[in-house]
Write a protein that binds this ligand. Structure first.
Ligand code: FAD
Length: 355
């Protein structure tokens, strides 16, 4: 059968117009070629509809170069295997996205208090036996894991602790102690560990069919190393023991101690970032049943990405019972999340090559 070249090209042009039109070859050159992220496959050269790109041999490397007139159609950028442009690469698969907050008073919360409200509702209705959460330990801001079995315990776990927490160890302890329906809240890296246990043939969750886990993801640009965060704050005249709240929102890292509030651009905190975070490309916890963050929503609200049937059932039940109020997030706000996700997913463009 003769391929329908004209029809296919039309569909392709339409997609480019919506997504990458105005992405000139210069963008590909700046982000991928000059940084040596390029894999020298020649796709951009072969796909340029006006033959404006040539693969030149430079120092025994195949380097795409602009030798004709770029029309900024964006196909070279869209097709490059190293660019992050597809919606599923940025936000993962999802069913719906909401701007939400819990309606109940009391307890603690970071944003709209949705993460805690979902777990508390599950415990009350006994659709969950336990919820594994992070709480402040003996050293404030160095988290410990709590296997919460009451609404009160979950509600008082609200708020964000910006350091890694061994949440998966807590989950396994809950299963060993006899719980079978367990919710776990954590960042993408923690949920990836749980997903490994679900999909690997030897993983506990793929073997024990009675073990049922609900994964509540938290958006995360980066987590911090406790000691380096403490030092960063100390160098800025702040005693971590006296800090009452930390928050990352709108590109700012904010710390409150007593009545005072201190604020820095998040990138100033790179010195305190956990080294393991440089391997992570996932802002929104793509492996979650439901992901929660603040990007895209107003202050006091949680952005909620529903990804699975299980996540959808959890959220809609809480909305139906009036525990959470939620409205669909508008497209503009979803694009903002996509842009931030992209900046995380492409940070490796700026990494130094290993040699
Ligand atoms: C390290 C880190 C970085 C983050 N960075 C961003 C960001 O860049 N942009 C953004 O939009 N959102 C970020 N978040 C998520 C955000 O801070 C809120 O957690 C999210 O919006 C949910 O708010 P909420 O009011 O619904 O949650 P709440 O109802 O307050 O519940 C939060 C739950 O998270 C648990 N928790 C707190 N800290 C941890 C931890 N370290 N590990 C595992 N569980 C924990 C608590 O135990 C609690 O149960 C980050 C979270 C973490 C942990």
């Amino acid at each position: 059968m003769t391929p329908d070249v004209e029809g296919s090209l039309e569909i392709s042009q339409e997609w480019l117009k919506e997504n990458t039109k105005r992405y000139a070859f210069k963008k590909l050159e700046r982000e991928i070629i000059k940084t040596e992220v390029c894999v020298e496959c020649g796709l951009c050269v072969a796909n340029c509809p006006v033959d404006a790109i040539t693969g030149e041999r430079v120092d025994n490397k195949y380097v795409p170069q602009l030798t004709g007139k770029c029309t900024s159609c964006g196909i070279c950028y869209a097709m490059c295997p190293r660019t992050k442009i597809l919606p599923e690469q940025l936000l993962g698969e999802y069913k719906t996205i909401w701007r939400a907050k819990r309606t109940t008073e009391g307890g603690k919360r970071q944003d709209g208090g949705v993460a805690t409200a979902l777990m508390a509702a599950g415990l009350r209705k006994k659709s969950l036996d336990a919820a594994v959460v992070a709480i402040q330990g003996e050293n404030p801001w160095l988290p410990e894991t709590l296997i919460a079995t009451t609404e009160e315990e979950v509600m008082s776990s609200g708020g964000t602790i910006y350091t890694h927490t061994p949440i998966v160890a807590g989950m396994m302890k809950a299963f060993r102690e006899g719980d079978s329906k367990v919710a776990v809240v954590g960042t993408a890296c923690n949920l990836d560990a749980i997903t490994r246990l679900q999909i690997h043939t030897a993983g506990y969750l793929s073997v024990d069919k009675d073990a049922d886990v609900t994964k509540l993801g938290l958006f995360c640009m980066e987590s911090f190393d406790y000691d380096r965060l403490k030092t960063y704050l100390k160098d800025n005249g702040i005693d971590i023991q006296k800090v009452t709240r930390m928050a990352i929102a709108g590109g700012k890292f904010t710390v409150s101690d007593g009545d005072e509030q201190h604020e820095w651009p998040v990138k100033d905190l790179d010195v305190a970032a956990a080294k393991s975070c440089s391997y992570c490309h996932d802002l929104t916890a793509k492996n979650a049943d439901i992901s929660c963050g603040n990007i895209g929503s107003d202050e006091g609200y949680t952005t909620v990405i529903v990804r699975t049937d299980k996540g959808e059932k959890f959220l809609l039940q809480c909305v139906k019972e009036g525990l959470i109020e939620a409205e669909p997030l508008e497209e503009k706000a979803i694009r903002i999340i996509g842009n931030v996700a992209r900046s995380k997913a492409t940070k490796y463009y700026k990494m130094k090559p290993v040699h």
